[in-house]
Write a protein that binds this ligand. Structure first.
Ligand SMILES: NC(=O)c1ccc[n+]([C@@H]2O[C@H](COP(=O)([O-])OP(=O)(O)OC[C@H]3O[C@@H](n4cnc5c(N)ncnc54)[C@H](OP(=O)(O)O)[C@@H]3O)[C@@H](O)[C@H]2O)c1
Length: 225
């Protein structure tokens, strides 16, 4: 049976990844930071949950230790926003560093900790949940400084690690979920959660060692860096 690991799985996009993958017959190992939230209603014999704070090496290591021994998919979904409309003078340095720590380094910690369990004879697909707001080419309206920078850094971490990982049969997709109706995306977002996840699942399923590291939207559109 194929096994997927999902971070930030108690609500929003993460919980829907869990729901759709269970429907599809996957074994799912899901991380939640403090409250299991929607994971409670998704209870299933193929679902295992574990506490995970991607900011803490200790927490990531304990999560990895309890993970199944062979992992076929990892969705690095956990992330935080940074107070979108703050202007330059309002940048809170302490919070900005936290945003960078969670959004850019968090997924790297998880990849490092699960690496041995992901490297095996069959291909492992890793989704790094980024954002169009990471795009330097597309940054026309500015603001959201720390969030943008954190996701741009995540993109570079991923592109930089893809070569090393290719030798170990691991491929990456850098995914933009669309602007989605979640707590983070808000009510005005045009994309519904199930549509975003359906699209990202399809894009992830088309990953090979050759196309590793592409920056792609949930509907398959390649994004500018
Ligand atoms: N929604 C959008 O329009 C949109 C657009 C582009 C990219 N994204 C990205 O998509 C991903 C999911 O976003 P979403 O819209 O589903 O957001 P959300 O509803 O705010 O959910 C965020 C999830 O991340 C978890 N999380 C935050 N910090 C964490 C930490 N330190 N360790 C572990 N888990 C942590 C949260 O856990 P708690 O419940 O404990 O806080 C929650 O489960 C994020 O990476 C986000 O940047 C979203």
């Amino acid at each position: 049976m194929k096994t997927a690991v999902i971070t930030g799985a108690n609500r929003g996009l993460g919980a829907e990844w869990v729901s759709q993958l269970l429907e599809e017959g996957w074994h799912v190992y899901a991380g939640y930071r403090s409250e299991p939230g929607r994971l409670v209603s998704l209870e299933h014999e193929r679902l295992t949950t574990h506490i995970l704070d991607v900011q803490s090496n200790e927490s990531v290591e304990a999560f990895a230790e309890h993970a199944p021994n062979k992992i076929d998919m990892l969705v690095n979904n956990a992330g935080v926003a940074d107070g979108r409309w703050r202007n330059l003078q309002e940048i809170d340095e302490k919070w900005a560093l936290e945003v960078l720590d969670i959004n850019a380094l968090g997924p790297v910690r998880v990849v490092k900790a699960l690496y041995e369990k992901m490297s095996h004879s069959s291909l492992t697909r890793v989704a790094m949940i980024s954002s169009l707001m990471a795009s330097i080419d597309d940054c026309h309206i500015g603001r959201s400084y720390a969030y943008r920078a954190s996701k741009t850094a995540l993109n570079m971490f991923t592109v930089a690690m893809k070569k090393e990982a290719r030798e170990d049969n691991i491929t990456f997709a850098i995914l933009h979920p669309g602007w989605v109706k979640t707590d983070m995306g808000g009510d005005k977002a045009p994309v519904e959660i199930p549509e975003s996840i359906l699209g990202m699942r399809h894009v992830l399923s088309t990953r090979t060692l050759e196309n590793s590291g592409e920056f792609i939207q949930y509907d398959g559109q390649i994004l500018p860096w």
